[in-house]
Design a protein around this ligand. Sequence first.
Ligand SMILES: Cc1ncc(COP(=O)(O)O)c(C=O)c1O
Length: 337
Amino acid sequence: MNFASDTAAPAHPKVIEHLIAANAGPAVSYGADGWTLQAESLLSDMFEAPLRANLVSSGTACNALALSLICPPTAGIICHPQAHINCDERGAVEFYSHGAKLLTTRGEHGRIDTRSLQVLLQSVDESFVHAIPPKAISLSNLSESGTCYSPKQVAELTGLAKSSGLTTHMDGARLANALAFLAVRPGDITWGSGIDVLSFGLTKTGAMAAEAVILFGEAIDKFDELQARRKRAGHLPPKQRFIAAQIIAMLENNLWLETASHANQMAKLLEEGLRNSKVNILHPVEGNEVFAQLSPNQTSQLRDGGVVFYSWPDGSARFVTSWNTMKTEIGKALVLL
Ligand SMILES: Cc1ncc(COP(=O)(O)O)c(C=O)c1O
């Protein structure tokens, strides 16, 4: 009954199978191998667009490299106050960008609100040397509250941002869960809605450690610079074929969709059970995360019974399901209430 995080889940057996197959002998190093080529080509098929991808092993590296590429040190990156880049990456974005500032703007349930973005952008005065002009925006999909932006919402926000000259980024550490919920094509929620650079995560969806910085459209021109930054940051793995093999495993036969859909279904089941026990759920469950308002008694009943979950900074309890969550675990957890 471990609902601490989808990062606590094991890697999917198909990922291990692909890793073993990739371990068959020598291969070209530093990303010039056949697995990397195949992974990039599968990503391009999945997003139905030309793209360039840089494979890395953590979501933090992905976000920090991606954002350093699109925001100069003297400018700012707009994000939600609860965004992972703002709360949970130990200043990695600021560090990799050599000092770009994160500028937060509000919105309910972890999503930036169009009106707040409008107000922020209207207040920018580029000629005022003392203030920080935003040059990029980052949207998290899923958000930190487990909610999704729809393609329409993304397009509205990126449209506004672009009309003010900003470049756009999506933190898609859990994009697979958002896609499974929205039932839209991967291209619709990314480049099709105005996203230039995507951090695409597959670790939370079933890989061992596989993430990709993906450049779409004109951002593709920045690929050489991204490569250079990745090397300097120590994120060019000599045996990159093993990250690529995981991506191939997750993309082949749409395994990512199967695993993310399962995780989402488990979250819905948990939500339903908690609601039946009169527990207040704080955010719409649109992925694999459930935020619940538990009494101290309920918290102890669950913890004493062996249920693992995080206490969230807002006082709620965060439950995360994964490809490996079983219905029986949810049933066992719920009877403790
Ligand atoms: C939305 C989001 N982005 C980025 C990350 C960073 O991933 P990592 O822990 O692999 O650095 C996380 C991790 O939980 C996350 O939830």
